[in-house]
Design a protein around this ligand. Structure first.
Ligand code: NZQ
Ligand code: ZN
Length: 384
């Protein structure tokens, strides 16, 4: 097992009614910047619930879009500076919380904000941030990562810094009841992808990480089916939300090493075509799996098929293939897209350029399997 440092720096208040925890958490601050997205929190009552516990001077910054842009971050920084806010409360899904993190650091960043994204190690200060997730997907509320898009450069980039950990996360599963089916599915696929990216890392001796991953994957799949049938199934929504946070916080990675593969492909597809993050992962992941399945990797895929889908063909390669098929079929049955053209990418012309861009800018040498230019092209072409 690889060495690791276990850190869980975000106090995590989970469950119905936990928004009352805003009272003590906010008690030492005077000026709150309330940050949210396109307005779902106003329609479903979360806004009123949160406002009851926001004391002091309140400024709002709303309208944060999916895949938040660097321009939106800049507007948020301006709102935080002009209101002299001393704390940010972010209420929303991954894009809102990611944008709030960038605003938190951007307030103290002198110079070009995109430089902050690309030189995150130089961040020295950030406003404290309280994260209140309203959807289960990215786990952004529980980590120190933010993903920001730059349309001019056609880039989507993640950056992390310890100062971006929320000082508290308040996760009430009932806030996720109103998430539309499409976003619920995409969020579950994203959560599963985070877990899979860690599961498919080199090595076979991180048994605890693997076991946690397998139970999380089975739980997310069972819970997704339940909430699609009954959106206000509290326990199933609770499992999806908790899994999204545990899934991102490396419990599934402790003891392992190596980079992720599918997320970089998804980010490039979003930067070029604006596709939904979770949906693109549902498309790409099975094709990536098929591309890297070989005699050297079959053992891991066989384990995945056995422990996640209870498949038991005695031939490991047959079982491995059946496991990949089972994953794709599960996502398809849940209503997720299984090809890039279903995502609205109308032709294959740009895919070679994306493969080249990934080949030139990403290093997959420590991933589960190194990806050559030809591997990347094949994955994207087959996924189309
Ligand atoms: O904007 P509003 O009106 O709030 O509507 C949102 C939005 O349309 C809606 N929604 C959220 N909660 C709702 C709700 N609608 C009704 N009821 C509720 N309770 O759902 C949509 C959510 O969109 P978005 O925030 O974009 O989705 P998601 O949570 O999937 O976040 C995706 C972004 O996170 C990044 C992705 O790249 C993408 O930019 N990621 C961040 C990560 C991180 N910080 O660690 C890791 C991930 O891998 C990912 O890259
Ligand atoms: Zn993701």
């Amino acid at each position: 097992m690889e060495n690791f440092v276990l850190q869980m720096p975000v106090p995590y208040y989970f469950g119905r009614g936990q928004t009352v925890q805003l009272d003590p958490v906010l008690s030492s601050y005077q000026r709150v910047l309330l940050v949210y997205g396109g307005g779902s929190i106003r329609r479903n009552g979360i806004y009123d619930d949160v406002l009851r516990h926001c004391h002091g001077v309140l400024t709002e910054f709303s309208g944060i879009e999916s895949n938040p842009s660097i321009e939106t971050v800049a507007r948020g920084v301006e709102a935080a500076r002009s209101s002299e806010s001393d704390v940010i409360v972010a209420v929303g899904a991954g894009s809102v919380i990611d944008c709030a993190k960038a605003i938190a650091a951007g307030v103290y960043w002198e110079g070009d904000l995109w430089e902050m994204v690309t030189h995150a190690g130089e961040i020295q200060r950030a406003l404290p941030l309280i994260a209140i997730p309203t959807a289960a997907a990215t786990g952004s509320e529980f980590n120190s990562t933010s993903v920001i898009s730059n349309a001019k450069l056609v880039l989507k980039k993640g950056f992390s810094h310890p100062l971006l950990y929320p000082i508290a996360c308040i996760a009430d599963p009932s806030y996720t009841f109103s998430v539309p089916a499409r976003q619920t599915r995409a969020g579950a696929a994203d959560t599963m992808s985070h877990i899979l990216e860690d599961y498919f890392k080199p090595g076979f001796d991180a048994l605890i990480a693997d076991g946690i991953a397998e139970v999380l994957l089975r739980t997310v799949m069972a819970s997704l089916e339940k909430v699609l049938a009954k959106p206000d199934d509290y326990d199933a929504r609770a499992d999806l939300l908790y899994a999204s946070d545990i899934g991102i916080k490396s419990l599934t990675a402790y003891g392992k090493k190596g980079t992720w593969s599918c997320h970089s492909i998804s980010h490039a597809l979003t930067a070029h075509y604006g596709v939904n993050h979770g949906e693109s992962l549902a498309v790409i992941t099975p094709f990536w799996m098929e591309q890297v399945l070989n005699d050297a990797t079959v053992r891991r895929f066989d384990q995945f098929a056995r422990n996640v889908f209870a498949l038991s063909d005695p031939d490991p390669m047959t079982n491995a293939r059946a496991g990949i098929d089972a994953l794709r079929s599960f996502w398809k049955k849940a209503g997720l897209p299984v090809s890039l053209h279903e995502l609205g990418i109308v032709n294959q012309e740009g895919l070679s350029n994306i493969a080249m861009e990934l080949h030139e800018t990403r290093d997959y040498s420590s991933a589960f399997m190194d990806l050559s230019l030809s591997d990347l092209e094949t994955i994207l072409r087959r996924a189309w």
